[in-house]
Write a protein that binds this ligand. Structure first.
Ligand code: SF4
Ligand code: SF4
Length: 349
């Protein structure tokens, strides 16, 4: 029985607004060496300005309003400031994903800010220098990351965090709690290691443990801090369902990448590339990377949940109750301030 098809048929498509943020690929240039990086094979390839410019035009004509510059490490690009300036010509908000290395230099961050950068999603994987530097493979990377976050907050930038939890870090929820309370980011994303692309899953933490960290952190962070737990089964987040962001919730998360734009021109996935609707890409993505077990049929989250990653052997825990068929059910009005915030953040840029 094709369980994904069955789940797809039960779903209703919410009328909520789809995200309009494009990932602009600047190339896989990066000075770090995180063992779970998706880009190891293509490391240190910088994309030319012409290709980046073409992508921006394409993103704008596809209806994208904001962008995330992403590599590798975009701030390592030799034309970094030119890329921000170009982004500002076409888009309202220019954001980037970063390991913090370059932004620990206050002057460099100030120049980036003055050119139009207003938001940074920092990759904060460890909870202290030993754990973080072990993951990045670079001594001193934690110190630089903390300095970069401090610099960005002093400038009033939007600071979000991506934290990939591993087997080694996942038991340190008290440390993460204290740390996040202290940093007070705008949003924290917890991620599991998924064995996709060049990423090997040797240190993959169990879903249950990843979700445990997220639940513990709730008691430390302020009410204003958004929490996202990416690609986990809902059955591990009972009472915290609002924080689950699987593929079908991702398309309504305004801070995340538009899946339809990302799928365009992807030669590895012709089916997704031929889609005209972001929701359809989300359905294809969950089918390609996740499975539902036969016992999932009796679960109330059956329609809206991705299931478990294809290589996972972890048990699922079906939850009884009325079937939820609106995939954005737990996230109605979660990000209501987005449009106003983006305007405000960029009013002087
Ligand atoms: S900082 Fe990001 S791009 Fe660089 S190695 Fe780590 S995961 Fe890869
Ligand atoms: S039992 Fe299956 S459908 Fe239900 S939440 Fe868990 S993985 Fe998802």
């Amino acid at each position: 029985m094709d369980l994904h098809s069955l789940a797809d048929k039960l779903l209703i498509r919410p009328t909520d607004k789809l995200n309009k943020r494009a990932r602009i690929d600047t190339g896989s240039e990066c000075a770090y060496n995180c063992f779970f990086c998706y880009y190891h094979d293509t490391f240190r390839l910088e994309r030319g300005m012409e290709a980046i410019h073409k992508d921006m035009i394409c993103a704008q004509s596809s209806g994208m309003i904001d962008i995330d510059l992403s590599g590798g490490e975009s701030s390592e690009h030799s034309k970094w400031l030119d890329i921000i300036a170009l982004g500002k010509k076409y888009f309202r908000n220019v954001s980037t994903v970063s390991n913090g290395n370059k932004f620990s230099d206050k002057e460099f961050l100030q120049e980036s800010y003055d050119t139009g950068l207003r938001e940074i999603l920092f990759s904060m994987h460890g909870y202290d220098s030993e754990s973080h530097d072990r993951i990045t493979g670079v001594a001193g990377s934690w110190k630089k990351l903390r300095k970069a976050i401090e610099n960005a907050q002093q400038l009033g930038m939007l600071v979000r965090l991506n934290t990939t939890l591993t087997r080694q870090t996942v038991s340190h929820y008290a440390e993460y709690g204290k740390l996040l309370k202290h940093i007070n980011p705008f949003e924290i994303n917890f991620l599991t290691i998924n064995p996709w692309g060049n990423c090997k899953a040797a240190e993959r933490a169990a879903y249950n443990d990843v979700c445990q960290v997220a639940k513990c952190v709730v008691f430390h962070i302020s009410d204003a801090c958004y929490l996202n737990v990416r690609f986990v089964p809902f059955c591990h987040m009972v009472f915290y369902e609002y924080a689950v962001c699987d593929y079908l919730q991702h398309v309504y998360d305004p801070y995340d990448w538009n899946l339809l734009y990302s799928a365009q021109g992807n030669e590895d996935d012709e089916e997704a590339a031929s889609c005209t609707d972001e929701f359809d890409v989300a359905l294809i993505n969950r089918r390609n990377s996740f499975v539902k077990r036969i016992e999932c049929i009796k679960c109330k989250y059956f329609a809206i949940c991705d299931g478990v990653e294809k290589t996972s052997t972890e048990p699922v825990q079906p939850i009884s109750g009325n079937r939820i068929v609106d995939c954005n059910h737990y996230r109605k009005d979660y990000y209501t301030e987005y449009e106003d915030l983006m305007e405000k953040l960029n009013e002087d840029s």
